[in-house]
Structure formats: structure tokens, C-alpha cells
Design a protein. Structure first.
Ligand code: ZN
Length: 157
């Protein structure tokens, strides 16, 4: 066993490293919220929960910047079907209790046809958005670091 493997093993058992990693992640998130928004392809209103005007500003800023980069790479329109969701709106649309939309860390992007589906998927992965859901006509892009990363799932609708 290598030293690194031993250390990793010890840390994973004693859970010493995890709180430190979590604290670091929180710090990064907190700072990302202060980054001045300068989106080329989106207006914050596009991410409003339909029941709360102006709530698009609750979207995670780093996530929006990544989405903006992805849109630039894809070169096709990103129509946002759903961005930020209030608790009430999430219930109304049948979203999961722990939905990343409620944290401003997810957006559903509509696509038309297999070409756009490819372009959007490809661009999301290029910018490091690594939690992706594929529906019949939309792609759920998700940057919730607290959930499983490097996953792609499908929806039956
Ligand atoms: Zn979604």
C-alpha cells in the first residue's frame, strides 16, 4: 500500500478530512456569490421562479458563469425552462424534495433534436458541469457539489 493510499484510508475511516473539504467548498461557494455578474447570453430574469419575480438573482453565480461559457461553446440557443425554484414552485412542478433548483444550482435547458442535444451536452461537460439529466426535450444541468458528481441520468418525460 502506498503512503497516499494509507493516508486516504485513515482519513476515510476517521473522517478528519471531510469537514475540512466541506469548509473549503463552502468558502469557495460564498466567494463565488460575490463575483460580479457579466453574462453574455442570459438575463437573470430567465432564471426566475415563475412565482417570484426577480428570484433569478438567487442562482449560484459560478453556475451561471459556467452556463454562459457552455452557451458560448455550444453556439445554439439555451432556452431556460426552469432555473431557480421556490419551495412552492418546486412542489407544483413535482420536483424532488432535495432539488438543486431550490439552491440555484440547476437549470433545465430546452433542446430541439439530436444535434442540439449533442451541442448542449458536449458544452456542459466541457465547462465542468458534471451532473446532467436528459429528458425528452430538455437537459437538466446541475452543479451541486454536495451530490454525486460525474453522473448522467435520464427522465421518462
Ligand atoms: Zn431540472
Amino acid at each position: 500500500m502506498t503512503t497516499l493510499a494509507k493516508l486516504t484510508s485513515i482519513f476515510s475511516h476517521t473522517n478528519i478530512l471531510q469537514p475540512i473539504l466541506n469548509a473549503l467548498k463552502r468558502l469557495i461557494w460564498a466567494n463565488s456569490a460575490t463575483i460580479l455578474m457579466n453574462l453574455k447570453h442570459f438575463k437573470l430574469q430567465e432564471f426566475d421562479s415563475p412565482d417570484a419575480k426577480g428570484s433569478g438573482d438567487k442562482m449560484d453565480k459560478l453556475f451561471l458563469q459556467k452556463l454562459d461559457q457552455a452557451r458560448e461553446i455550444a453556439g445554439c440557443k439555451f432556452t431556460i425552462n426552469s432555473g431557480y425554484r421556490t419551495q412552492e414552485h418546486n412542489l407544483k412542478v413535482g420536483g424532488r424534495f432535495g432539488s438543486s433548483h431550490k439552491l440555484g444550482l440547476a437549470a433545465d435547458i430546452a433542446f430541439r433534436g439530436s444535434r442540439e442535444r449533442f451541442l448542449i451536452l458536449n458544452s456542459l461537460m466541457q465547462v465542468g458541469i458534471n451532473r446532467i439529466g436528459i429528458g425528452a426535450s430538455f437537459i437538466h444541468a446541475d452543479l451541486d457539489l454536495k451530490k454525486d458528481n460525474n453522473v448522467i441520468w435520464t427522465y421518462k418525460y
